[in-house]
Design a protein around this ligand. Structure first.
Ligand code: HEM
Length: 410
């Protein structure tokens, strides 16, 4: 079977026919250009996510070991910062970090943030409409999660633009950017992370002196503590993991709905369908496309021998459209039952820690967007970004019925 370049235009624009063919003919397939096995069926992806002793998340150290010296020297500074992230550790180290982080999330009483998030969304939409801006991604989908994370971490909300920039730069490496950004992605990410870490160090010092009701203050006040480096690492991960993904879920929701106008109208007429619609976007165009694991012992799967030390790509984008699991999987249907559950937030020990928050943000934002932007439609074609791990649009220009031209500058 002809292999396709995961970063090439075909796999960026229309990946689904290829995934369907792999699921049918070669559910475990070696991709030489990525040096990874592509695992595409739902059951196998789920196994990969739920058996950390066989499919390890500890992926930065083995990657560094495999690199030629010159490349290693280039990548080591940024990768060694990411090496401590909870998401790239295995139990038992992961279990300890996860337990502490879970408690901090619970301490934030996410559900109680509902009114504040609703006001934030209304404010962003007011400004979006008033300014005549048409770039939904920049005007609404970017600042919303950045502001939420700034508040959660106890940072001043005016700093959200800086949060956005840092998380963008980190995403270039963590999500494997393609296109023009690929060449210089490590330098840019390192610059961003260095600035971010300086900022967080100061923030932690401030909150240690005068704690608030934020996550950092909560973690500083616990008896079982993260040390300063671990705290820094968790905050960096949360900023990065919670920002672009949520931006993309909002944008992908608008893409799916505007491409299915009958369902958009149905949703506008019956907002009780919103939670279901959000789950369907996570299944149909979920922001995370691929999760990476390293195999710890030889294993045979669908006739292929995967060797200890090999890398596997668990293709959520394919698993979520597996015809063995979902009826009529290529159809976008906001009324689809939420069982079986999609894998858009992962599964197993690393299941997304921010899933409740991400769902809350998008469930609050969607009906408000549809109400404030009547006749919502895309202004132009959708261009997907070339990226190994994420499903993300290049930008999202929208139009709607009552859009006024911006007031002339005085
Ligand atoms: C729609 C938005 C989001 C999507 C699609 C998403 C997706 C995911 C996925 C697939 C994983 C599993 C990674 C793995 O198994 O290797 C994950 C982990 C994680 N997510 Fe999310 N995420 C979203 C939003 C958020 C938010 C808002 C936060 C925090 C504010 C967050 C924090 C995390 C953290 C800390 C982990 C690592 C958990 C661990 O290693 O135990 N995510 N996310």
């Amino acid at each position: 079977m002809k292999g396709l370049d995961l970063l090439g235009p075909e796999m960026t624009e229309q990946p689904h026919p290829y995934w369907a063919q792999l699921r049918r003919e070669q559910p475990v397939c070696w991709d030489g250009s990525q040096t990874a096995w592509l695992i595409t069926r739902y059951e196998d992806v789920r196994t990969g996510l739920t058996e950390p002793q066989l499919f390890s998340s500890n992926r930065i150290a083995p990657l560094l070991e495999k690199l030629a010296p010159a490349r290693r020297a280039k990548l080591e500074p940024i990768l060694s910062i990411m090496r401590d992230w909870m998401v790239v550790t295995d139990p038992p180290a992961h279990t300890r970090l996860r337990t502490l982080a879970n408690a901090a999330f619970r301490g934030q009483r996410i559900a109680a943030m509902k009114n504040w998030i609703a006001e934030l969304v209304d404010g962003l939409l007011d400004e979006f409409v008033r300014s005549g801006n048409t770039d939904f991604m920049a005007g609404v989908a970017y600042p919303l999660p950045a502001t939420v994370i700034a508040r959660m971490l106890g940072a001043p909300q005016e700093d959200r633009d800086r949060f956005q920039r840092w998380s963008d730069e980190l995403a270039l490496v963590a999500f494997g950017a393609g296109g023009e950004a690929r060449e210089e992605r490590h330098e840019r990410a390192l610059r961003g992370v260095t600035e971010l870490q300086e900022y967080l160090r100061e923030l932690i010092a401030t909150l240690r002196k005068s704690p608030g009701d934020d996550m950092i203050s909560f973690l500083l006040g616990q008896q079982e503590r993260l040390d300063d480096d671990e705290l820094l690492s968790l905050c960096t991960l949360i900023l990065f993991a919670g920002h672009e993904t949520t931006t993309n879920l909002l944008c992908n929701s608008l893409v799916c709905l505007t491409q299915h106008p009958d369902q958009l109208e149905e949703l506008r007429a019956d907002p009780s369908l919103v939670p279901n619609a959000v789950e369907e976007v996570l299944r149909y165009e979920g922001p995370i496309k691929i999760l990476v694991r390293w195999v710890t012992e030889d294993v045979e799967l669908h006739g292929q021998r995967i060797r200890s030390g090999d890398r596997v790509y668990l293709v959520l984008q394919s698993a979520n459209r597996d015809e063995r699991v979902f009826d009529d999987p290529e159809t976008f249907d906001i009324r689809r039952p939420t069982q079986p559950v999609h894998l858009g937030f992962g599964r197993g020990p690393h299941t997304c820690l921010g899933a409740q928050l991400a769902r809350l943000e998008v469930r609050i934002a969607l009906p408000r967007i549809l109400e404030r932007l009547p006749g919502l439609r895309l202004a132009g074609d959708v261009t997907w970004k070339s990226s190994v791990a994420t499903r993300v649009v290049e930008g999202l220009q929208v139009d709607y019925d009552s859009r006024r031209e911006p007031a002339p500058a005085r």
